[in-house]
Design a protein around this ligand. Structure first.
Ligand code: PAF
Length: 288
């Protein structure tokens, strides 16, 4: 394996400096590891966009609330490194907590309204944790472009907001959600599903597609979301946190078809919480 694994900000910056001195563009793919096809699609997009691809793996404690799955979050750095090596990534930055949050660390990045509801309402502190770590990763690496998946759609909107608000000179590129043949979105937490839950899981995608079709056909948004919620509960989901239709750019109330819209949902199958989203009338090549 030739993939260099960098543990410190100093080593990360030294490597990126070498690339910059050679006149090469740099892409960053931030992850929490447990890599799947969704992550690998970002690595490939990065490879096709910038001369160098740096992937980060850091299970960020600040985006887990007490009682969430920080301890049991899947981790297998050796397997992840092999996958990245096979994809031709140029470096892996995999720091320990101390390299990211040094002694006395106190700063928080809060993005306001776009992070307040949907996931933000069910996971207090979640987007502050994400915004803080993503700001740090971007400032450490200062890549030309950073890559994020549409699977975590609200996260993407939050990151675009913070990059614009803080004048961080990095372009944000999004890649469509990668799905299994039955529609389930690729996600590290899918590993928690039992075989019976795995069979039911694609119903979340199907319920969202049905809402998207209703909205596209001019149907009533609230009724479509209520229907989807009922269908999910009837088909074995333990609870539904939200099924919502929002403006695709601001996550405010939708104004479809004048503006693009997105259906977003989060629901629990057994103890596993799944989140997903689809575009209303998706553009070709984007999520359906
Ligand atoms: O999407 C993720 O894996 C994480 O939220 C991110 C963006 C790497 C920040 O920890």
């Amino acid at each position: 394996m030739t993939l260099p694994i960098l543990r410190t900000t100093e080593d990360l910056r030294a490597r990126i400096r070498e690339w910059r001195c050679a006149g090469e563009s740099v892409g960053l793919v931030p992850t929490m590891g447990a890599l799947h096809e969704g992550h690998l699609s970002l690595v490939r997009l990065c490879g096709a966009t910038t001369a160098r691809t740096c992937v980060t793996i850091f299970v960020n404690p600040k985006q887990f609330a007490p009682g969430e799955d920080l301890e049991r979050y899947p981790r297998d750095e050796a397997a992840d490194a092999r996958l990245l090596d096979a994809e031709g990534a140029d470096a892996l930055y995999a720091p320990d907590v101390g390299d990211v949050y040094g002694p006395g660390f106190a700063t928080r990045v809060a993005v306001g309204a776009v992070g307040d509801d949907l996931e933000g309402a069910f996971r207090p502190g979640f987007f502050e944790g994400i915004a803080t770590v993503v700001t740090k990763l971007l400032m450490k690496a200062l890549p030309d472009t950073a890559f994020f998946g549409e699977k975590d759609y609200q996260q993407l909107v939050v990151i675009r907001r913070l990059v614009a608000d803080l004048d961080i000179p990095v372009a944000i590129e999004a890649a469509p959600t990668v799905r299994e043949a039955d529609g389930l979105a690729a996600a590290s937490r899918n590993a928690y599903l039992t075989p019976a839950e795995r069979e039911r899981a694609p119903r979340l995608f199907r319920a969202m597609v049905s809402v998207a079709q209703t909205v596209d056909a001019g149907g009533e948004v609230d009724a479509a979301c209520a229907d989807a919620r009922r269908t999910l509960l009837d088909s074995g989901f333990a609870s539904v946190d939200y099924v919502a239709v929002r403006d695709a750019e601001t996550l405010g109330p939708p104004a479809y078809p004048a503006r693009t819209a997105r259906v977003l949902a989060a629901a629990r199958l057994g103890t596993t919480r799944l989140i997903d989203n689809v575009a209303v009338a998706p553009e070709p090549g984007h999520d359906s």
